[in-house]
Design a protein around this ligand. Structure first.
Ligand code: COI
Length: 357
């Protein structure tokens, strides 16, 4: 055991799994690095921070999280910089969002200090898992769950916070075809759609399965009341280019405040591009497509980065989007974002958290 500056106990794995990993053929979310950071919330405070070999967690069948979904997570990425350092993309923003999810689900706050220190020490230990291979990154999955063994419906008093990591390639390898959902609902106003909580993703599984059976990789979610306005696209925020303007649904209690969404908006505005965060109806998209003004549709997300939409299906009609080679604006924005994350473009918004080891 090695004890760190903020008393994180570190137990190293006896044998690293890294030699078993084929970094050139990574499936998103299928393999995990050697260690994980884990902390327990007990008696009103976080206790016993430790880094241990990545391992199963044993729990009672009565564990609250398994029954009532008091569970939240984040998704962020680390990259290998040109000087061999580790570059973590916007971890403070992810910590803030984790805490917003925690507040809505009656879970404890995680201090930025604990979040960053756990990350620094975990990634220092597992730095070899951050590949410099093109298109690769280390996906970081912080998660918290209610660990009370108690099946009455009430907020848990005990929680576990874990951060583990997974070397990944891009979530989608090409463009996606999406179908506008006008029966099922992912999230409603006043609910937990803006949080990264497990239930949001569970609610999406059946409609996504039905969409996949029809040949669509993703759903374009519409609002819960009228199925009229665009909300999100699958696990991504949705963006459109109408003429020269970037348009994206404004944030609400049913839309996740994507860190990649915010990054693309910030870069676009910095470049003098007109950005509108507002309601977008499916009728507006159809009209813009008919008149040739819908130049682009794409999703943004940590896992997906920027993923172009090739077709939007609505009520028997396919809106076919221009070839990706003609989508200059989103391609340039995606390239700039990738370059910032890799430390190849100026970090003018202070988004990169560098870990030297
Ligand atoms: C992310 O982009 O990090 C996400 O949360 C998507 C995930 C569900 C794979």
């Amino acid at each position: 055991m090695i004890t760190s500056a903020i008393n994180i106990d570190i137990e190293k794995t006896a044998v690293s799994k890294i030699s078993q990993i084929d970094f050139a053929h990574l499936e998103f979310g299928a393999v995990y690095s050697d260690h994980m950071f884990a902390v327990d919330f007990k008696g009103d405070e976080w206790k016993n921070p430790q880094i241990v070999p990545f391992q199963n967690i044993s729990m009672s069948p009565a564990t609250a999280a398994l029954h009532y979904g008091q569970t939240i997570f984040e998704g962020m990425k680390a990259f290998r910089g040109a000087g061999n350092e580790i570059l973590v993309y916007r971890p403070q923003a992810h910590c803030r969002r984790l805490n917003k999810s925690a507040e809505r689900l009656c879970m404890p706050q995680v201090s930025e200090e604990m979040f960053l220190e756990g990350l620094n020490q975990l990634l220092t230990l597992d730095h070899e898992w951050v590949s410099s291979m093109e298109g690769c990154s280390l996906y970081i999955r912080p998660m918290m769950y209610a660990s009370d063994e108690f099946i009455r419906v009430k907020p848990s008093t005990n929680y576990k916070f874990i951060v583990f990591t997974s070397p990944v390639a891009k979530y989608y390898s090409g463009t996606v075809k999406v179908i506008v959902e006008n029966k099922y609902v992912r999230a409603a106003e006043g609910g937990v759609g803006f949080t990264k909580s497990g239930g949001n993703y569970a609610a999406s599984l059946l409609p996504a399965k039905i969409a996949a059976e029809k040949g669509y990789q993703q759903i374009l979610w519409t609002d819960a009341k009228e199925h009229k306005y665009i909300e999100e696209s699958g696990t991504m925020n949705a963006m459109f280019q109408i003429d020269d303007t970037l348009v994206t649904p404004s944030l609400s209690s049913s839309i996740l405040a994507g860190v990649t969404r915010d990054s693309i908006i910030t870069i676009a505005k910095d470049w003098g591009i007109k950005v509108e965060e507002r309601k977008i109806s499916i009728d507006e998209l159809i009209d813009a497509h008919k008149s040739g003004r819908l130049k682009d549709a794409f999703g943004t997300g940590t896992a997906a980065t920027v993923t172009h939409i090739s077709e939007i299906h609505y009520n028997g009609t396919d809106l076919v989007l221009p070839d990706v080679s003609k989508r200059d604006l989103s391609s340039k924005l995606a390239e700039e974002l990738i370059n910032i994350r890799l430390g190849k473009a100026e970090d003018k918004f202070n988004w990169i958290h560098k870990i030297q080891f």
